[in-house]
Design a protein around this ligand. Structure first.
Ligand code: ITT
Length: 212
C-alpha cells in the first residue's frame, strides 16, 4: 500500500519510515511511504496554531494531487521565553545562513540567557488525509533545554542545539535510535500510524485474498 508524505526534507522521510516500523512492526512492510515535494503556501507566524494549519494544508494538497492517503508534517522549535519564537517561523529565520552558522548564532544568544530561560520544546503536527472528507491531525512534543554550543553531527535542523529532558547530550549527539524513540515527530506519527493501522490491515487482507 503506497502512501505519500508531503515534504522536501529527506530527513523527515527517513524518520517517518522508521517510526512506522516502530509502531507497526511487520505490518510496516505492507506500507510504502513516498515523498511528495509540493509547493504548499504555508501560513506565516510563530503561534503554535500554524503547525496544525500547515500540516493540514500540506496533507490536503498532497491528497488533491494523488487521490491517495497522504501525510503532512509541520514542525519546529519553540522557545517560550522568547514568546514561542521561532515556532512556525522555524524554517525561515536566518535562512541565509548554513545550518551550522544558524545554530551557532542561536546558541550564542542562548549562552547569554539564565538556565531557566533556556527551556524549549519541539512541536510536530502530523495530518493524514484518507479521503476528501476524512482527515485527522495528531501532535507530539519533546521538551528540553537549548545548548549554549552546537554539538553533534547526526539528525538535522536544530538537533545540534537541543538537549532533551533526561539526557545530557544534544539530539545530534544521541542519534536516530534515541531520537526516533522520544521525539515530537515520533509521538505525533505513532498516534497517526495507530489510527491508520486498521485500514492497512484491512487493505493487506484484501490484497492477500485476491492473491496479488
Ligand atoms: P517540509 O516543510 O518540506 O516538510 P521543512 O524542513 O521546511 O520541510 P518544517 O517547515 O516542518 O519542515 O520545519 C521547520 C523548521 O524546523 C525546519 O527548518 C526544520 O529544519 C526544523 N525542524 C523540524 N523538525 C525538526 C527536527 O526533528 N529536528 C530539528 N529541526 C527540526
Amino acid at each position: 500500500m503506497r502512501i505519500y508524505l508531503v515534504t522536501g526534507n529527506r530527513h523527515k522521510l527517513e524518520e517517518v519510515k522508521e517510526i512506522a516500523k516502530i509502531t507497526l512492526g511487520k505490518l510496516a512492510e505492507k506500507l510504502e511511504i513516498e515523498a511528495l515535494n509540493l509547493e504548499v503556501e504555508e501560513k506565516p507566524g510563530h503561534s503554535i496554531e500554524v503547525f496544525f494549519l500547515n500540516s493540514y494544508l500540506k496533507a490536503k494538497a498532497g491528497f488533491e494531487k494523488t487521490g491517495s492517503i497522504t501525510l503532512g508534517d509541520d514542525s519546529g522549535l519553540v522557545i517560550p521565553a522568547l514568546e514561542n519564537f521561532p515556532g512556525g517561523l522555524s524554517s525561515r529565520i536566518l535562512k541565509e545562513l548554513s545550518w551550522e552558522k544558524r545554530n551557532e548564532a542561536i546558541s550564542a544568544m542562548v549562552a547569554k540567557l539564565p538556565q531557566h530561560l533556556r527551556k524549549a520544546f519541539f512541536h510536530c503536527s502530523a495530518t493524514v488525509f484518507i479521503s476528501k472528507s476524512e482527515f485527522a491531525t495528531f501532535s507530539g512534543r519533546l521538551y528540553g533545554i537549548l545548548s549554549p554550543q552546537p554539538k553533534g553531527d547526526k539528525g538535522f535542523g536544530y538537533d545540534p542545539i537541543f538537549i532533551p529532558e533526561g539526557y545530557e547530550e544534544t539530539l545530534a549527539q544521541l542519534g536516530p535510535e534515541v531520537k526516533n524513540a522520544i521525539s515530537h515527530r515520533s509521538r505525533a506519527f505513532q498516534s497517526l500510524f495507530e489510527y491508520l493501522k486498521p485500514l492497512i490491515e484491512c487493505e493487506s487482507r484484501e490484497i492477500s485474498q485476491r492473491g496479488d
